[in-house]
Design a protein around this ligand. Structure first.
Ligand code: ADP
Ligand code: MG
Ligand code: MG
Length: 251
């Protein structure tokens, strides 16, 4: 599903190489996790995959189901089925959450040559999703993320995923501030959306998040590369021993 080969990325304005040859393949139906010390390039990887400006790919490739992601603008990537959830989702004052979601969904459908969903059909569709995810109807009407609590933002992120039904979901849960409830929300959401046709890449500092999600594969990233890959036990090893041993091993 997602195939990253030898990806090298530097900052556009600075002579600073951040990713130094990332190789990673996420298969459909699998949940892969990336852990790693601060500054190892985890967020940069997710930004580059999303098409954020400021980064320059100097070598390597990233494909989504055989399509060259790096060649697409962010909207095309979304239409191709890529979803990125970031820790601090943008607030959009003046735009109702439901309107935002319907616009995003219909933009995707249009880009794929599909018919738009009517307002009435969408209302039915989103009410059902909200109910499944235990999301208050009230939250659907509020402006996107404005005044949402941390937990509500997380819930909204999961709702966005449920509505857009992406093929490949990338979650970057890097910084502090995910309390136990938010962690449970994210992991329940991911688990609810797990599907044979969908891949997940979960980037996290929190071993505990992986207790709930139970990834199929765990990667450790350090110094701009994936330095070790294993099963869920790798996350436990990190929790117990930290990164130093793993990094010494791979040096
Ligand atoms: P992680 O998410 O693993 O903590 P990041 O991808 O955020 O790592 O950062 C990797 C390295 O690249 C760090 O040294 C960071 O300071 C640097 N970096 C990333 N983006 C920028 C930027 N826009 N400007 C300056 N340095 C950056
Ligand atoms: Mg960081
Ligand atoms: Mg980060």
């Amino acid at each position: 599903m997602l195939t990253i080969k030898n990806l090298h990325v530097k900052l556009e304005d600075e002579d600073k190489q951040i990713l130094k040859g990332v190789d990673l393949t996420v298969e459909a139906g699998k949940v892969h996790a990336i852990m790693g010390p601060n500054g190892s390039g985890k967020s940069t990887l997710s930004y580059v995959l999303s098409g954020r400006e400021g980064y320059e790919v100097t070598d390597g490739s990233a494909e989504l189901e055989g399509l060259d992601l790096l060649d697409m603008d962010p909207e095309e990537r979304a239409a191709a089925g890529l979803f990125l959830a970031f820790q601090y989702p943008v607030e959009i004052p003046g735009v109702g959450n439901m309107t935002f979601l319907r616009t995003a969904l219909n933009a995707q459908r249009k880009a794929r040559g599909e018919d738009e969903m009517s307002a009435a059909d969408f209302l039915k569709f989103i009410r059902e999703k909200a109910k499944t995810l235990k999301i208050d109807a009230d939250m659907l009407k509020r402006p996107v993320n404005v005044g949402f609590s941390g937990g509500e933002k997380k819930r909204n992120e999961i709702l966005q995923m449920a509505v857009l039904q992406p093929r490949m979901c990338i979650l970057d849960e890097t910084d502090s501030g995910l309390d136990v409830d938010a962690m449970k929300l994210v992991s329940d959401g991911v688990n609810a959306l797990r599907d044979a046709g969908r891949g997940f890449l979960v980037i996290t500092h929190y071993q505990r998040l992986l207790d709930h999600i139970r990834p199929d594969v765990v990667h450790i990233m350090a110094g701009g590369r994936i330095v070790k890959t294993g099963g869920p036990e790798l996350a436990l090893e990190v929790e117990k021993n930290g990164y130093a041993d793993l990094m010494a091993e791979s040096a």
